[in-house]
Design a protein around this ligand. Structure first.
Ligand code: HEC
Length: 106
C-alpha cells in the first residue's frame, strides 16, 4: 500500500511538473544549487543573472549555448572560476530550458 501511494505521488509529481516548471523555476534552481553561486543582481561565485542577460541580449543562439554550458560546466566567459556541470538528475532538460529563459529575462 505504501509503495502504491509513493508511486501515485511520483506520477502526480511528474504530471504536475511541466505546467509548473515556469512558476517553480526558482525553486528548481535553488534545489539544483544554481542560486548558491548566482543571484539575480550581485556577482557571487558566478556572474549575476542580470549581467548574463545583458551580455547575451539579442543573441539568438545564446539559450542553446548557455544550456550546454550549464549542463557541461566550464570557465573563461566571466573569469578563471569554473562552473561545475549540472547533470539531468539535478535539473531536467525542461527545467534547464526554463532556467535559461528565466536567467535571460533578468
Ligand atoms: C559552484 C558554483 C556554481 C553553480 C552551482 C552554478 N554556477 Fe553558473 N556559473 C558559475 C561560474 C563561476 C560561472 C562563470 C563561468 C565562466 O567564466 O565561463 C557561471 C556562469 C553561468 C552562466 C553564464 C555562462 C556563460 O558562458 O556566459 C549561466 C547562464 C549560469 N552560470 C547558470 C547557472 C545555472 C542555471 C546553474 C544551476 C543549474 C548554475 N549556473 C550553477 C558558478 C556556478
Amino acid at each position: 500500500m505504501r509503495t502504491a501511494l509513493a508511486v501515485l505521488g511520483l506520477a502526480a509529481f511528474a504530471l504536475a511538473s511541466p505546467a509548473h516548471a515556469q512558476a517553480n523555476i526558482e525553486a528548481a534552481m535553488t534545489k539544483a544549487g544554481c542560486l548558491a553561486c548566482h543571484t539575480k543582481d550581485k556577482k557571487l561565485v558566478g556572474p549575476a543573472y542580470k549581467d548574463v542577460a545583458a551580455k547575451y541580449k539579442g543573441q539568438a543562439d545564446a539559450p542553446g549555448k548557455l544550456a550546454e554550458k550549464v549542463r557541461k560546466g566550464g570557465q573563461g566567459a566571466w573569469g578563471p572560476v569554473p562552473m561545475p556541470p549540472t547533470t539531468p538528475d539535478k535539473l531536467s532538460d525542461a527545467d534547464l530550458k526554463a532556467a535559461i529563459e528565466w536567467v535571460l529575462k533578468q
